[in-house]
Design a protein around this ligand. Structure first.
Ligand code: ZN
Ligand code: ZN
Length: 360
């Protein structure tokens, strides 16, 4: 069985974890915090681990045990996050199926507030404010997590201000976001910001092999394509990946051979629909372009060894300078994904620029 995650075994971001551990030790944990960082690095998990550290009933060496009833019920908050009732589906709640049992276990004083539909509404915030006027039901410390905190309208943010300024007793509020600078200045100035970074891919690879029991080959692929996100690496699926890679290779061929815009658009329409899919796809395009770069000069460095024969002719047909500018443009597009760009338009624009401006 996998050991429970704790502040000690949290993957990556050791500096941020150390800041939290020291603040806990010295009893100086700020009552309002912003956990800022890229998607999938465990911001919400870290917030819940902090809740465990504050509430564990039998701490081991100064850290949460992960096994007592408080720890278990706090973890159930995140385990139950995306679970649907197995008998009633959707938002249903039968109370008896495996998933509902996890949901019932959730700790009553640890709140995870997520968008009702697309945003966290002012009603959700008002409800929160009236509830935290009372003492926690059973926890030593109540922890309220708003995720993603940037998906709130201004009036919802404004109604939070007073709570951030004069926190309720025994209550910590954590705002989770991958776009901290979208939060109003008034929110940021009343909270302490903790920055989390992407997780190094070799660290992810090691975790997948040692803790998740993945094969070395699968771990290497999943880590290379994760973009520094552990949850992306955990969601990696070989069969899905092979399909994604096929689509990526088709696009790379169109790009390098200056193929038809109509065909490129058809691919763009498919892959741009969902952001996480698009992120994996663009990582795959980059991996393939880098492999094409190496295939004639250092074939051992090619990651996709099974595609060697297919990549060779591409590398021979395209000038090195064109390959380099294609890699740069793709990296730029990947960077732009941090902001809410229109993915399809951005991809098509890149295709047009690269295929029309290239000088041979
Ligand atoms: Zn515990
Ligand atoms: Zn159920």
């Amino acid at each position: 069985m996998k050991p429970p995650v704790s502040l000690k075994t949290f993957i990556g971001n050791s500096r941020a974890v150390e800041i939290l551990r020291r603040a806990l030790e010295q009893d100086r944990l700020p009552h309002a915090m912003i956990f800022a960082g890229p998607e999938g690095v465990g911001k919400c998990t870290l917030a819940l681990l902090l809740a465990q550290a504050l509430n564990c009933l039998s701490p081991v060496e100064g850290t949460a045990c992960g096994r007592c009833s408080a720890c278990e019920r706090i973890m159930a908050v995140i385990q139950g996050r995306y679970l649907q009732c197995l008998t009633l589906k959707g938002d249903g709640f039968c109370g008896n199926c495996e998933n509902c049992k996890i949901k019932i276990k959730r700790h009553p004083d640890i709140w995870l507030i997520e968008p009702a539909k697309t945003t966290i509404t002012i009603e959700q915030v008002r409800n929160l404010i009236s509830e935290i006027a009372f003492q926690p039901l059973e926890a030593r410390y109540r922890v309220v997590i708003l995720d993603p905190a940037d998906q709130m309208r201004l009036e919802a943010h404004n109604s939070l201000l007073k709570t951030l300024e004069e926190p309720a007793s025994r209550t910590f509020i954590i705002l989770v976001t991958s776009n901290p600078y979208v939060l109003p200045e008034t929110i940021r100035s009343r909270s302490r910001m903790l920055h989390l970074n992407e997780i190094p891919t070799d660290r992810i690879e090691r975790h997948l092999i040692e803790i998740e029991g993945k094969s070395a080959e699968e771990a290497r692929m999943a880590a290379a394509l994760s973009g520094g996100s552990l949850s992306a690496a955990l969601a990696f699926n070989v069969k899905e990946y092979q399909e994604l890679r096929r689509q990526a290779l088709d696009f790379v061929k169109l790009l390098l051979n200056r193929g038809s815009f109509a065909e490129a658009t058809a691919i763009a329409t498919q892959v741009a629909k969902e952001k996480p899919v698009f992120q994996r796809w663009i990582e795959t395009v980059l991996v393939l372009l880098q492999d094409i770069y190496y295939v004639s000069i250092a074939p051992a460095r090619v990651g996709q060894q099974d595609l060697l024969e297919e990549l060779k002719p591409l590398s021979e047909a395209v000038p090195r300078s064109a390959l380099v500018s294609t890699i740069k443009a793709t990296e730029r597009l990947r960077g732009e994904l941090r902001f809410n760009v229109n993915r399809q338009i951005a991809l098509e624009a890149m295709f047009l620029t690269l295929t029309q401006n290239r000088q041979l």
